[in-house]
Design a protein around this ligand. Structure first.
Ligand SMILES: [Ca+2]
Ligand SMILES: [Ca+2]
Ligand SMILES: [Ca+2]
Ligand SMILES: [Ca+2]
Length: 498
């Protein structure tokens, strides 16, 4: 019930924007939803509902009306409620312009917390490193893992010059279950060496709080991305690791030869032992540049969404341990020399239907959104999606030189996810749109059956973005952006302000 209460009013209010008759009807529905939850008159409920929906102007109006209107008699029934809703919407129409019904896109205030973290900031994530309840920022550079303490952003090393250069990827998880956050770290990054393995390790603290490096056995060359998730439905997370290239493959046609082994590691009872049990989720795809673990079908097991040379795929494991691969996105197969898709994240449209956002082709120049064949259709193996039924591909922006980060989050608190895109290189001279590199947000909506998107520039030129993510760092309910740079070497927070 909690989920319904938190999501439905947002959806209803957003759907109703621009149509006051609808506002009236929808408000009544919202009121019905909330009357058992929030004490007080319908207008007090409206105040709460609109506050939750992120429409402060309407929330204040409701509060004002509630103070000035006659006391509401709970027994006087639906007619009274309807009359008040009618009064409410009439006053609305007089008091608010239609534009005020829609929340404006937030302003993102930049704060550079490090002007030079390293030669290359390969990855950025957030985790509560010191256990004070505030998410800290963690950055991986070629030779260090650094954390920045929220809110001073004081910089401290976790490790430096203690792992095989270059470090390349990181994810937080309490691996040893001691209540303190640990990190899985991929290192030994050599992008074209498809014979010698990269190194996998986890970083945890001893009793005295000193960081220790624990190697994990790993055989695959070009270790590139890792994620924690429960792909087995065991109630405990596994560590899923993807290399970039298949063993022995070479460019420019990286799509030929042996595929990448996507390796699922169980965290053993004694995680400091290097031999973590593994199984292979797939070994047929090439240039698997990124992956996300997400339970798209609500069966309690995460699927692996992977962007590859061959397109976008879902890898799903059934309880017996059998893996199924479903192609859902074509990727860009026309581009040369690189093909397919490189970044990938799942988001939600306002109607609740999932979309998948990618950069295409590999290290590409297009921002692409895939929508499911039918709204709300289940998308994993064994469900209603027919194998090989590709999702609809929408190119929502191009060119965008060397797109290198995608994240989905509801930055406006209006019920749907926006796409956050990090661009690593400047656009070619004379190209349309922003000059780049930078950070851009795309607001994607369905409109009369089509997908439309609006671009918002967060940073144009000040962030050669290698990695980015979204997280509410100051706990004000608005989701902030964090990005880390390659050529700019920097780390920035973009504070989500109204
Ligand atoms: Ca903290
Ligand atoms: Ca721990
Ligand atoms: Ca699932
Ligand atoms: Ca949104």
């Amino acid at each position: 019930m909690e989920a319904t209460h938190s999501i439905a009013p947002r959806v209803i209010c957003v759907s109703a924007r621009g149509n006051l008759d609808l506002v009236s009807i929808m408000y009544f529905q919202v009121w019905k939803l909330y009357r058992g939850v929030i004490a007080g008159s319908p207008l007090a409920v409206a105040n709460r509902v609109f506050s939750i929906c992120g429409i402060p102007k309407l929330a204040r109006l409701a509060l004002e009306l509630d103070r000035t209107a006659k006391p509401f008699d709970r027994d006087s029934g639906i007619r009274e409620i309807n009359m008040r809703v009618s009064l409410f919407t009439t006053v609305l129409s007089l008091s608010c312009s239609l534009s005020a019904l829609g929340a404006d896109f937030p302003r993102f205030q930049p704060q550079e917390i490090d002007a030079h973290a390293g030669v290359v900031c390969y990855a950025v994530t957030v985790a509560d490193v010191n256990g004070d309840g505030k998410q800290d920022v963690v950055v991986v550079t070629e030779d260090a893992v650094i954390w920045y303490e929220n809110p001073s952003w004081n910089k401290q090393d976790i490790v430096r010059q203690a792992t095989a250069q270059d470090n390349v990827c990181i994810q937080p998880h309490d691996i040893d279950g001691d209540g303190r956050i640990d990190f899985a770290l991929g290192a030994g990054w050599r992008p074209t060496d498809t014979t010698k393995p990269g190194t996998l390790q986890w970083l945890g603290r001893d009793r005295e709080g000193r960081w220790q490096i624990h190697p994990i056995s790993f055989e695959e060359p070009t270790l590139h991305r890792l994620r924690f998730g429960d792909v087995k439905g065991s109630g405990r997370k596994q560590l899923v690791v993807a290399a970039l290239q298949g063993r022995g493959t070479k460019g420019p046609n990286w799509g030929e030869g042996q595929g990448v082994r996507i390796v699922v590691h169980d965290i053993p009872g004694e995680p400091t032992a290097a031999a973590w049990p593994i199984e292979i989720a797939d070994s047929t795809l090439h240039t698997t540049h990124n992956l996300q673990l997400v339970d798209t079908d609500g069966d309690g097991r995460d699927e692996i969404i992977v962007a590859a040379w061959e397109g976008v795929f879902i890898l799903d494991r059934d309880p017996s341990g059998r893996w199924t691969k479903i192609k859902i996105g074509s990727g860009n197969q026309e581009a040369k020399p690189f093909k397919g898709a490189s970044e990938v994240k799942v988001g939600r449209l306002l109607d609740g239907a999932p979309f998948i956002a990618t950069i295409e082709p590999w290290h590409g120049f297009q921002v692409v959104v895939y929508t499911a064949p039918a709204p709300n259709e289940k998308i994993a193996a064994g469900t209603t999606a027919a194998p090989e039924s590709l999702w609809t591909r929408h190119v929502i922006a191009e060119p965008l030189q060397w797109g290198h980060a995608v994240w989905c989050a509801d930055l406006e608190s209006d019920g749907d996810d926006e796409l956050i895109v990090g661009q690593r290189d400047p656009n070619k001279q004379g190209a349309a749109g922003p000059k780049g590199p930078g950070v851009f947000v795309f607001d994607v909506k369905r409109e009369k059956g089509d997908l439309v998107s609006a671009r918002h520039t967060i940073d144009d030129g000040g962030m050669a973005c290698e990695d980015a993510l979204a997280s509410d760092l100051d706990g004000d309910g608005r989701i902030d952006l964090i990005a880390a740079g390659r050529a700019t070497h920097n780390v920035k927070i973009y504070w989500n302000r109204r």
